[in-house]
Design a protein around this ligand. Structure first.
Ligand code: PRP
Ligand code: ZN
Length: 304
């Protein structure tokens, strides 16, 4: 039996993620890399956690901040844009912030931008005076306009914002831009950035006072163990002691070079580094400087 949504005390953690869309797959993959697995329900809106008491709720991204605010979900993976917009909207009607971003997750990067028809000659924000701007982000846009003393009309649309200028319902738009393809397809060009966004792990403003506290803490620690080593590599090789100074110079941009115990006088060395340190070219340089049996391993997780 699934406990009723929104019940006060719970011993299972409930995480809201996007059901479909840009963040859906990477969000699930990140949670799976933290050791979570689920048995999917038939309607695929609720996934029951099997490896740990951590369940998933698959929803529209726009609903995630509200689900956390109402205590229906404990955590959520959502774009910073959505979180900021709804926090702004709450603030405008005098409500306290009900959630916060706990971690930036390094995927789902996009920008909230003003975009104008291609034929406009953009001279700066003062040009916006008296215009109509279509957006799904009225709170962020209103605050941005107010901060610059610009009197423009904010036209709130829930979708298809990019066709508003052609329909004549607005003069320009304020929308998310990722690849820029949507703007180009609609003969619009980006001119100002209001917000840099990425996927974040969001949680309640307060803390949990039941079994969820330990679960959330464990999940955060595992997530850090994945995020910190993302794109990190472990480089291993053997070398004679005399080659060490030259090799160290070539590895100046890597982490500390660690010597592993070896028996035959040949050193076995390893270091953590970024992608740039283990390019083919650099490996060949290291080889010329005396490194042997070079091996590059991807790093999946760590507990520091
Ligand atoms: C955003 C935005 C654009 C599109 C831009 O919508 O509203 O339609 O992405 O991306 P592009 O620059 O790569 O073309 P999104 O897919 O995030 O869905 P939404 O309807 O939930 O805003
Ligand atoms: Zn959305």
């Amino acid at each position: 039996m699934t406990p009723p949504l929104g019940s006060a005390t719970r011993d299972r953690l409930r995480i809201a993620i996007q059901k479909s869309g840009r963040l859906a797959e990477p969000a699930r993959a990140l949670l799976a890399s933290c050791g979570l697995s689920w048995r999917e329900s038939r309607d695929k809106l609720f996934c029951y956690g099997e490896s740990l008491p951590v369940d998933l709720l698959l929803v529209r991204d726009d609903d995630i901040p509200g689900l956390i605010a109402d205590g229906v979900c404990d955590l959520g993976i959502v774009g910073r844009n959505e979180l900021d917009e709804q926090a702004g909207a709450r603030a405008r009607i005098g409500l306290a912030p009900a959630y916060r971003a706990l971690r930036g997750l390094g995927f789902g990067q996009c920008r909230l931008m003003l975009a104008v028809p291609d034929e406009w000659e953009w001279t700066g924000p003062e040009q916006l005076q008296g215009t109509r701007i279509a957006t799904s982000y009225p709170a962020i846009l209103t605050e941005w306009l107010e901060a610059r003393g610009i009197a423009a009309q904010v036209v709130e649309l829930s979708g298809s914002v990019e066709i508003a200028p052609r329909l004549g319902t607005a003069d320009l738009i304020c929308d998310l831009v990722s690849s820029g393809a949507t703007l180009r397809a609609n003969q619009l060009k980006p001119v100002e950035t209001l917000l840099e966004s990425e996927a974040v792990l969001a949680g309640p403003a307060g803390s949990f006072d039941d079994a969820r506290a330990d679960l959330a803490q464990m999940l955060l620690r595992r997530m850090d163990g994945v995020l910190q080593v993302r794109e990190r590599k472990l480089l291993m090789f053997n070398a004679e002691r005399e080659a060490l100074p030259a090799l160290e110079r070539l590895l100046a941009d890597a982490g500390p070079l660690v010597q592993l115990p070896s028996s035959n006088g040949v050193l076995t060395l390893q270091t953590m580094c970024g992608e740039g340190t283990v390019s083919w070219q650099r490996l060949e340089e290291l080889e010329r400087a005396g490194a042997r049996q070079l091996m590059v391993l991807g790093v999946e997780r760590s507990l520091a």
